[in-house]
Design a protein around this ligand. Sequence first.
Ligand SMILES: [Mn+2]
Length: 442
Amino acid sequence: MNNFRFLHAADLHLDTPFSGMSGVPDRLRAYLRESTFAAFNHLIELAIQEEVDFVVISGDIYDAADSSLRAQLRLREGWDKLGKHGIPVYFIRGNHDPLSSRRLRLALPPHVKEFGAEVESVTAVRRRDGQPVAVVTGISYKTAAVNDNLSLQYHREPDSSLYHIALLHANVDGQEGHDAYAPCSLADLRASGYDYWALGHIHKRQILCEAPWVVYPGNIQGRSLKETGPKGCYIVDVQENGEAELSFQRLEQVVWLEVGLPIDDLDTEEAWKTRVEERLDELREEEPGKITVVRLVFTGRGPLHTLLQSEGETTELLQELRRQESLRLTELDLHADSSLLPQGIVWPASLRAETGTELDREQLLSEDSFLGELLRLGDKASSDEELLGDIAAQALATLEGNRQIRRQLKELWTMDKADLLRRAEEMAATLLAEEPEGRLPS
Ligand SMILES: [Mn+2]
């Protein structure tokens, strides 16, 4: 076998509109809208710089089936750059950009191979000497919803000793949070005889198996607070003995983060505000070349808990932080070439309180008081669903008469029960802790 190197990416979602975000200044919104393209440009630059032999992309290149002309042109620009360096591209279409999408498509240059609606295999070569190095197999989604197990159609070429790469847009083992399209199991993929399953569809990066390689590179640019952390692609080095080494490379322009911030040692509102600003500045330094969009989650227990429970305070602080960041953005614009990305912007998207009231839980659990009794009951109910159901039924009995409330309760009850219990307990404990009577012996 010959050694070679390829780049594996998926879920580019070019031209994602980022329409769901509120309270974002226009300037920042423009950068968000540009971010999927910026990440794509980084991908092209990386492929050239790493001198890969070819690029594989496992579906969802476009965000929308009716891909904008803008997205098509930008994609074409990227392909052309790779073409100038003699780097071929193999790609499939996923549920976001199936073959059925009606909009006129620009013709593909000869070095870009799009797989059709039937499984097909092609041979990829090493650039420097034209030696065949790999069999690349793929199939595109005909329509947005594909419910067949496509993986069963992949068959290793029986007489070939080449490295076998399978491009597939699929949900392996029914992962949550994504449609169960082209459902298949890890066992299906392992049985296929392929060396590397280049997957797409699930946006969270994960390596499901190393022999064979079964890899979701994740999307190249996070698109909401549900897609946090570094985003990018894998550079895969295949050795003569058929062993591969993977290295993850970041590509994202905007990094989405959820950051915890303990309040335990904070006594005043002033100290709280200062801590938040310090944390945002730290993030600014951690990712100087990127835009960071962050959700701060307050954790721990302390005197500030009660304050954080009133939404007014966090909303006001959030607005103030956003105002400061908007000013920074304007200032950067005034002093820099406006075509450049403003450096070190940290946008606070939301503040969330998951704090607890300041109480010594251990002490209270052993205490003969109403609060102690409440916590003991909470602990018991957390491991006894029947008990929890009884308590809830009793407490809610008077509300059952109202049809609308009944419906809402039903919905509430489908949520994570452990979380509901924790919140109820916390709320009750907070209210009781504020009442001196709450601590009296029961
Ligand atoms: Mn996708």
